[in-house]
Write a protein that binds this ligand. Structure first.
Ligand code: COA
Ligand code: AMP
Ligand code: ZN
Length: 435
């Protein structure tokens, strides 16, 4: 196979791109209006599809939030019959009902094509051996990169998350040249390589990394590149927009091209929800343009970023997003897993032995990002060491079931943690090393 995955749409003029977006937006609206949620939202605004006469009219359309998806759990956001849907993904980091995303066959093909396009853009070819260290299953970084790399024709190694020694053995034995990995795990893996006496620059053939799924700094990228002797490209995706493939850095490594044939991009002030000028930081809002099963209109991603003004020297006309600056909500990302403090609170408050004060600390220990949850014992707490050990074990297991990572749980005496005196208690201390 030697298909060229450069899609000419990447270089069309802004005028042509806007025309394409408007045509696709009309299709998206027509399809979204099959969904009772959007029917109601349009009605509430006194809006009909014919009121959207140009791309600029997008600001008349209603927003969609994570809560809207949760309230329509599991399949009420489907715009096509369920028999025409072939896959469902759900994202981590919600309490109660998860957010669910449905895909038709065409949706999956379009998603794989986008991922292939991104990989091709940074020089990945069908001669490459592509290893994926993402969790598979519901994590979209798994199957998303898998099908994209397969479409491109790479020899794929679906290693999945964890087991660093095995990852390194595969890299060595299979001659891995491209890896998808989250930045914090890349540094962890470099450390295990050193422990194993493997010099990535001499003993391995890796030349390209796709890194993403969590915020990281330019310094962190440079460090990863130096440690492993590779080029690392920033990859942005989210389950609600399919997964990876939404935006990706080109070889210039100066911002992520967001594929505007696939989504309409808006950056809004997270409080007023009004658009901010190009170059200013705000919340990223995305409208899908190619999705059959579950079109989303003006989806509030909660991610804070800005448009990098000006043209990219690579010649692609799709605008570039700057490195992500954090979130407009309190979601944390640890080991590539999304977690809200409320998920932890909900579990802790289920124990009569515990008080209501707790503190979550995130830190980098031996290059592994870890979470410690300290929680005060309550009035009914016990001093019996055996009971306490069992309690810690039970809390740890319940937390792992809820947040998908294993925290270290510490029970502390009542009154020893900061409380919410007259305000909101600080629940999260993020001490992670970002270089
Ligand atoms: N990706 C891949 N492996 C990871 C990882 C990550 N983000 N974070 C940690 N690991 C490795 C650890 O190094 C460890 O392996 P090792 O001891 O052989 O070095 C192993 O996974 C278990 O990690 P540990 O920290 O002990 O477990 P945990 O219970 O806290 O977390 C994971 C379990 C890693 C499986 C869970 O965090 C996970 O699935 N992360 C991947 C999420 C993902 O793929 N997100 C989508 C990206 S698009
Ligand atoms: P998920 O839905 O589990 O794929 O998680 C999506 C979230 O991960 C996004 O909304 C971002 O907060 C975060 N994310 C994904 N890619 C990046 C990236 N390249 N840089 C920073 N954050 C990212
Ligand atoms: Zn570019």
């Amino acid at each position: 196979m030697n298909k060229d995955f450069y899609n000419p749409v990447e270089g069309i003029s802004r005028d042509e791109l806007r025309k394409l977006q408007y045509t696709r937006l009309q299709k998206t609206i027509a399809s979204a209006l099959n969904v009772p949620f959007y029917q109601k939202a349009f009605k509430a605004l006194g809006l009909s599809a014919s009121d959207i006469r140009s791309l600029d009219d997008i600001i008349k359309l209603p927003f969609t939030t994570k809560d809207d998806l949760r309230n329509n759990y599991p399949f009420k956001m489907a715009a096509i019959p369920l028999k025409d849907c072939v896959r469902v993904h759900s994202s981590s980091g919600t309490t109660g009902n998860p957010t669910v995303v449905l895909h038709s066959k065409n949706d999956l093909d379009a998603w794989a094509e986008l991922v292939a396009r991104n990989l091709y853009m940074v020089g990945v070819r069908d001669t490459d051996v592509f290893q994926n260290t993402s969790g598979y299953g519901m994590f979209t970084g798994g199957l998303g990169f898998q099908y994209g790399a397969e479409k491109l024709g790479c020899l794929t190694v679906p290693a999945a998350a964890g087991n660093s020694k095995r990852q390194i053995k595969f890299m060595k034995d299979f001659g891995t040249t491209v890896v998808h990995i989250i930045p914090s795990y890349a540094t962890r893996l470099a450390e295990v390589m050193a422990e194993e006496g493997v010099d990535p620059k001499k003993d391995l053939k890796i030349r390209i990394l796709a890194i993403g799924a969590e915020p990281h700094t330019e310094e962190q990228r440079k460090r990863i590149e130096e440690l492993l002797g590779v080029k690392a490209y920033n990859s942005f995706g989210m389950s609600e927009m399919c997964g990876p493939g939404v935006a990706f850095e080109c070889k210039e490594q100066n911002g992520l091209h967001i594929w505007e044939d696939n989504v309409i991009v808006e950056i809004v002030n997270p409080v007023t929800l009004q658009p901010v000028p190009d170059g200013e930081i705000g919340e990223l809002v995305l409208t899908t343009l190619n999705r059959e099963a579950m079109p989303l209109i003006r989806y509030r991603t909660r991610d804070l970023t800005r448009i990098i003004p000006g043209d990219c020297p690579c010649g692609r006309t799709h605008r570039r997003l700057a490195r992500f600056q954090g979130r407009s909500d309190d979601m944390m990302i640890l080991k590539g897993v999304n977690i809200f403090p409320i998920q932890i609170e909900k579990i802790l408050m289920g124990y009569k032995e515990l008080g209501s004060n707790f503190l979550i600390t995130l830190e980098t220990i031996s290059n592994n990002d870890e979470m410690t949850v300290e929680v005060e014992l309550g009035e009914l707490g016990t001093d019996n060491v055996g009971d306490l050990k069992d309690l810690v074990k039970d809390i740890t297991r319940k937390l792992k079931d809820e947040i998908l990572i294993t925290p270290k749980v510490k029970l502390v005496p009542k009154g020893s943690l900061p409380s919410a005196e007259g305000g909101k208690a600080v629940r999260v201390k993020d001490l992670r090393k970002l270089f």
